[in-house]
Design a protein around this ligand. Sequence first.
Ligand SMILES: C[S@@+](CC[C@H](N)C(=O)[O-])C[C@H]1O[C@@H](n2cnc3c(N)ncnc32)[C@H](O)[C@@H]1O
Length: 241
Amino acid sequence: MSMEDRDTLISAEKNREMFDRIAKNYDVANRAISMGMDQSWRRKTIELLKPFRGGRYLDIGTGTGDLVFEILQQSANVLVDGIDPSEQMLAIARAKAAKQSVGDAVSFFAADAVNLPMEGETFDGIVSGFCFRNIEQRKKALEEMLRVLKPGGRLVVLEATYPENALVRLGYKLYAPLVPVIGKILGGGSAYQYLVDSIEEFLKPEGVVALFREVGFHDVQCKPLTFGSVAIFSGIKKAAE
Ligand SMILES: C[S@@+](CC[C@H](N)C(=O)[O-])C[C@H]1O[C@@H](n2cnc3c(N)ncnc32)[C@H](O)[C@@H]1O
């Protein structure tokens, strides 16, 4: 079975159904399952994105918008689009934006990573958190990201990875069965079992790096965090010569 045929690769429509179901408690579940570390991972992700004043950014699979809000924290005067197929997740992102009075700086709307409704060379940077693993056609999604990036623009992807160190993997295996239990308590049904399964079946970090390179990203890097349980992948669209 090739990687692209795995059970845990599901369409944007199936993702939409799943995330619509768990949207209400998504943020709480995130904090609980990551043992409070998720926001520091997002902060580091945006530090690698290096947003600058006047820049235009895209968050793919924005969910409840936390990476978008982190971009706003780290840089003034930016424009950020957050896209996601799940209207329920987007509704929470919009409510958070209204509460933070971010005004026109941010726009959240429904779209699929494999078919971005933007013109080529629109964004100075693209970010995506805990979404890449869920995308059915990852190569196509990366090609779309490359297309809408401006030359010299940067892609930064934060993703859960299966730890490679034997000792860390043992700790992970002991912890993993608790994740669906926490998810069920928070009303997530089977979605959190999917989370555990999809992390186990996800590409190894070197596979993600190879895919970035195959699509044409340059200066591709992988920064493992928290003993390899998550990683930040980055790459640059080559500037015109
Ligand atoms: C685990 S959540 C992550 C949300 C947010 N990025 C965060 O850091 O918390 C994954 C999100 O990716 C979205 N997603 C899944 N497949 C997608 C696709 N093909 N295109 C865009 N977003 C997608 C889901 O709807 C979901 O909201």
